[in-house]
Ligand binder design. Structure first.
Ligand SMILES: [Zn+2]
Length: 265
């Protein structure tokens, strides 16, 4: 099966994560895709495949003969999508030989235009897969899953020699909870790639973390009528966070002060 055929089948299974949820996975529908992927991996002949209660799929493929001493290489993709704009089933649209101009999304009246997305014109002549404009497509990150499974299929059918391989499909990446129950030991890779990219051929070596922290300072409320001293006292503690943030920026944890905001209620 070709990669895009797998993508077309995966996007029809809705798997939005839910940032308001307190469970893991945040939405039960992610199991619908996870179970299909488990079956697909087993059908490829992989015996070590598992799905845990938090909806993490793991698979391990032993090395080809004579390559056991190689490091274990891991491949990861996430099964959930954003929750916006996916309240009904996805209808993918295939546009062959794209002309490089405005691209209508089905009959929705919406378009993708090179004016808005300048890289579109570089795709002239290619085959594009989009949604019909009434939902997201969900290629993030079902394209990554399709690439990993298709690569495994090719490795097996073409008998390509390889070292030990570890595969993981994870839930809840879009809400920053992908690593929450990820079992690093069970995954067992020495090095791993996440296939969740952007432009074709691009490799990113920086990490992204969507976690956030909320710090609540409890104090005594004051009426705005009193003079400035009670006000400034009240603000001192939150402002003391600023040097911490500057420290985080120096160490690369925060990129800019824009990643940090103080809201005094
Ligand atoms: Zn993604």
């Amino acid at each position: 099966m070709k990669t895009y055929e797998r993508l077309l089948s995966y996007v029809k299974i809705l798997t939005p994560s839910n940032e308001d949820s307190t469970t893991s996975p945040s939405s039960h529908c992610q199991f619908d895709l996870a179970r299909i992927l488990v079956d697909e991996l087993k059908n490829l002949g992989i015996s070590d495949v598992s799905l845990d209660e938090h909806c993490y799929v793991y698979a391990h493929i032993p090395a080809s003969e004579g390559l056991d001493s190689c490091k274990t290489l891991g491949f990861i993709a996430h099964m959930d999508t954003v929750s916006d704009f996916c309240d009904h089933p996805v209808t993918p649209v295939i546009t062959e030989n794209y002309d490089g101009g405005e691209l209508p999304l089905g009959t929705s009246g919406r378009i993708l235009s090179p004016e808005m997305f300048p890289h579109l014109s570089s795709l002239k002549g290619r085959t594009l897969i989009t949604s019909d404009g009434t939902t997201i497509l969900g290629a993030d990150d079902k394209a990554g899953i399709a690439e990993i499974i298709t690569a495994l299929e090719r490795i097996f059918t073409e008998k390509i020699p390889h070292g030990p391989l570890a595969i993981a499909f994870t839930p809840d990446e879009e809400i920053g909870m992908g690593p929450a129950h990820f079992d690093v030991g069970k995954f067992g890779a020495d090095y791993a790639y996440t296939l969740d990219g952007d432009t074709e051929g691009e490799i990113q070596y920086e990490n992204f973390n969507a976690c956030s922290a909320k710090v609540i300072f409890q104090g005594v409320n004051v009426h705005p009528a009193p003079p400035k001293i009670p006000w400034s006292t009240r603000l001192l503690l939150p402002w003391s966070l600023i040097p911490c943030c500057q420290l985080l920026i120096r160490h690369g944890t925060l990129r800019t002060m824009r990643d940090f905001s103080i809201c005094v209620l």
